[in-house]
Design a protein around this ligand. Structure first.
Ligand SMILES: NC(=O)c1ccc[n+]([C@@H]2O[C@H](COP(=O)([O-])OP(=O)(O)OC[C@H]3O[C@@H](n4cnc5c(N)ncnc54)[C@H](O)[C@@H]3O)[C@@H](O)[C@H]2O)c1
Length: 357
């Protein structure tokens, strides 16, 4: 794939065994980067990391981000040009069950990465992935801007807001006058093939469909900023590239989200799944997650203007791509898995050819 900026660059991806991290690591691998991953072992079965055989494509390390010394040692030995920090406890429901683990992983884990960057002598550019959930949610229709109030009630959202505050503090106190450059990225609900997390809408739907069961839906009226994983990964890559050419964005945060017309309710997503996968059915159940919001909209003028990034795929098409991926997996999995690697590769190549980085 064509992009000289990433070719041969040393890139660290934390969270490479997870859903977005695996797509990002594979995209970078296709761009010719020297990728190193740091994460826990894959926690889902199936796992996109395993399916893509990333263990044999990149420098793979299973290290807990809370092991500060080990993390620092590994990073300082690798000397990354670029870091994408994605490792997190990323599920809201789980954050209620394991609040301490969530806080430690999300907040302290990020601080460990920032500490390693402080110690690295070679210039490093870093994109820290937080979330659209970092804003104090007033169900605002106009959309949150990057300088809106941070907040979050559940441990996941609050820990992501705290991560943003820790980032700003480290930047202002220790990093802004160094050769390193850093930003944070706040994205909304990401969909795409290869996610098997619990308590996320698409994985819950495809798991149920693969067993010919009805999926239980908590909040069909909730609207979310859905976007395809390739779009968001492309945005992170654009951000890292821009960090190199535009020092003015150093220390800033960026929202990544779809156009308002693409912010649709869970209901619409369900209808779309059933169009792309006949026989898919759902049933509404009581809301089991406390404090879940009905509306979450991001203002994305900043990324539109500075990065020339916007979502190019309509939400219907993003769902179609996603369901195509899962159907390939479930309907052909007894065959050799290399065909699903090809599906993943072709989805990335198609997007990259049209929209570049
Ligand atoms: N998927 C979404 O819709 C979405 C939306 C907004 C933000 N995000 C953020 O994007 C990032 C990636 O999300 P995802 O959906 O790929 O999550 P995921 O749960 O699929 O992957 C999480 C990754 O973090 C790693 N990790 C977790 N705890 C760790 C620890 N203690 N030490 C080392 N590694 C650890 C896991 O091993 C895994 O590789 C997260 O920071 C998440 O908060 C995701």
């Amino acid at each position: 794939m064509n992009d000289n900026f990433f070719k041969n660059k040393k890139v660290l991806v934390t969270g490479h065994t997870g859903f977005k991290g695996a797509w990002l690591s594979y995209y970078l691998y296709l761009l010719g980067s020297k990728v190193m991953g740091i994460s826990l072992k894959p926690s889902t079965n199936p796992s996109l990391f395993e399916i893509l055989n990333l263990k044999n494509k990149i420098d793979n390390n299973y290290i807990n981000i809370l092991e500060k010394k080990k993390i620092e040692k590994r990073i300082l030995r690798f000397k990354p040009d670029i870091i994408f920090h994605l490792a997190a406890q990323a599920i809201i429901k789980k954050s209620y069950d394991f609040p301490l683990e969530t806080w430690k992983t999300n907040l302290l884990g990020t601080i460990h990465i920032l500490e390693a960057i402080r110690k690295q002598k070679k210039k490093c550019h870093c994109v820290i992935i937080t979330s659209d959930k970092c804003y104090k949610n007033f169900e605002k229709i106009k959309g949150y801007k990057e300088d809106d109030i941070l907040g979050g009630i559940d441990p996941y959202s609050a820990s992501k807001a705290a991560t943003e505050i820790a980032f700003k503090s480290y930047f202002d106190c220790f990093l802004k006058d160094t050769k390193h450059r850093l930003v944070t990225a706040r994205a909304g609900n990401v969909i795409g093939g290869g996610d098997w997390s619990q308590n996320r809408i698409i994985p819950d739907c495809v798991r149920a469909k693969s067993k010919n069961k009805k999926v239980k839906i908590r909040n069909p009226k909730a609207s979310r900023p859905w976007q395809h994983v390739i779009e968001i990964i492309n945005g992170y890559l654009k951000l890292a590239k821009k960090l190199n050419s535009n020092i003015k964005i150093n220390g800033q945060s960026f929202n990544f989200g779809p156009k308002n017309s693409e912010i649709v309710a869970v209901n619409n997503i369900l209808k779309n799944i059933s169009i792309n996968w006949p026989g898919f059915k759902w049933v509404k159940v009581g809301n089991i997650i406390k404090n879940e919001t009905d509306l979450l909209v991001l203002n994305t003028n900043k990324v539109n203007k500075i990065l020339n990034w916007k979502t190019r795929l309509k939400v219907d098409f993003a769902v179609k791509l996603t369901i195509e991926w899962y159907r390939e997996f479930y309907e052909n999995k007894k065959k050799n898995l290399t065909f699903i690697i090809d599906v993943t590769k072709n989805q990335i190549l198609d997007y990259h050819k049209k929209f570049k980085i």
